[in-house]
Design a protein around this ligand. Structure first.
Ligand SMILES: Cc1ncc(COP(=O)(O)O)c(C=O)c1O
Length: 387
């Protein structure tokens, strides 16, 4: 098993092979049902088997796929993204988040004629040699022009920019610090503004990696509330409610560079995922989806805080409520968290011990209450085990 879907990275109580999903629930091949808090690690934002999204994808498939060219859905989706995303003047499409983050850097280099990229230490931007967290098969040259900075540390990003001298092509950043196995960190407004200013003064591109946060926090862009807009953004995961799709959006000054870059893949033009994305983005805009996810996140966070306190556990809950993460105090190796996550799985809640979770609009109040009923039992079992 490869990558983050290797169940051994979770707990012995988590299944490796899954059979099906519906709404907020998934079933493993042994027939066990779980209320899901991982949403396929982010893509599922409207719940699994959403009828409108699936109908749109099915209709596109009925017209055939792999048609030697794009369907009109590609143009409609590009127009919808340009209408929806504040910084976007154009869009192009790919398949995975890694395609999109890598393309952003290529476009920035093509536009500026420069080489250096500033990257936050510990940030995940995908599985290509320039960014994979494991270095097997990676050679130093793959990362020769990367300079690392600390998230939320203005001095460190300024010092990294100085090291780049007049060769700075881009700064890449995630809307929230979500490095695995550490608490999530929201961006300090000063940090966000400093990145924008550094790019403005040096002529580099600010690249926002929206692959994980995109469309859950703000449809117009995750840093809209901070009034900081990127020049390029990478999107995937929630874009098409689970259908395989990624996008790059960009500002006008990067349009001709994006046109010059040779960007393609055998499956990048297939119509069904584009049709699914059109339905997904329209529904997210029309159904008050984001406030509903936020309210569900508040309900979950408050419930977990009460339960932990009533069972005598000190916990922290970090990150946006729509993308929660719980950790136990004094548990640096996540030993207690792993036991609790396994107990939650035994009680039918699928959540991750060290990676942020994801909510969808299928997480209604009733579903959140059902989750809380089960996590309460997990806290109870944990306190019995630790006695
Ligand atoms: C922030 C971020 N960027 C990029 C990626 C890479 O996306 P993909 O796995 O679709 O290539 C991920 C995937 O988890 C991610 O969370």
């Amino acid at each position: 098993m490869y990558g983050h879907m290797n169940a051994s990275l979770m707990t012995p109580g988590h299944p490796q092979f899954m059979a099906r999903g519906d709404g907020a629930r998934i079933w493993d091949v042994d027939g066990n049902c779980y209320i899901d808090l991982m949403c396929g690690w982010g893509p599922v934002i409207l719940g699994r088997r959403h009828p409108d999204v699936d109908r749109a994808a099915r209709r596109a498939l009925e017209d055939g796929d792999c048609l030697n060219g794009a369907t009109p859905a590609m143009v409609e989706l590009a127009e919808l993204l340009v209408e929806t995303i504040a910084h976007a003047d154009w869009a192009l499409f790919a398949k995975n988040g890694t395609d999109a983050t890598t393309l952003c850097l290529t476009v920035a280099r093509a536009a500026t004629g420069r080489r250096k990229i500033l990257v936050a230490n510990g940030a995940y931007h995908g599985a290509a040699p320039w960014c994979t967290p494991r270095t097997a098969g990676v050679v130093a040259e793959d990362r020769a022009h990367l300079i690392y900075y600390e998230y939320n540390d203005v001095a460190s990003v300024q010092s990294a920019a100085q090291q780049a001298e007049d060769d700075l092509a881009a700064i890449i950043v995630c809307p929230v610090r979500q490095d695995t196995s550490r608490p999530q960190e929201l961006p300090h407004p000063d940090f966000a503004r400093a990145l924008r200013m550094l790019c403005d003064t040096t002529g580099a591109a600010l690249v926002m990696d929206e692959v994980r946060c995109g469309f859950r926090l703000d449809l117009a862009g995750s840093w809209e509330s901070l009034e900081v807009r990127p020049d390029l953004a990478a999107w995937s995961k929630a874009l098409a409610n689970g259908y395989p799709l990624a996008a790059v959006t960009g500002s006008d000054w990067l349009r001709s560079a994006a046109t010059e870059v040779f960007a393609t893949g055998s499956f990048w033009f297939s119509g069904f995922a584009l049709a699914a994305a059109l339905a997904t983005i329209r529904l997210l805009g029309a159904e008050e989806a984001l406030p509903r996810m936020h309210a569900a996140g508040d309900r979950l966070r408050a419930g977990l805080a009460n339960q932990a306190a009533s069972h005598g556990f000190a916990i922290t809950q970090t990150g946006p409520v729509e993308m929660p993460l719980l950790a136990f105090a004094d548990d640096p190796d996540h030993t207690v968290m792993r036991v609790w996550a396994e107990l939650a799985a035994c009680h039918g809640v699928y959540l991750h011990p060290t990676h942020n979770w994801f909510l969808s609009t299928a997480h209604t109040d009733a579903v959140i209450d059902e989750i809380l009923d089960r996590t309460d039992r997990a806290f109870n079992d944990l306190s019995n085990r630790l006695q």
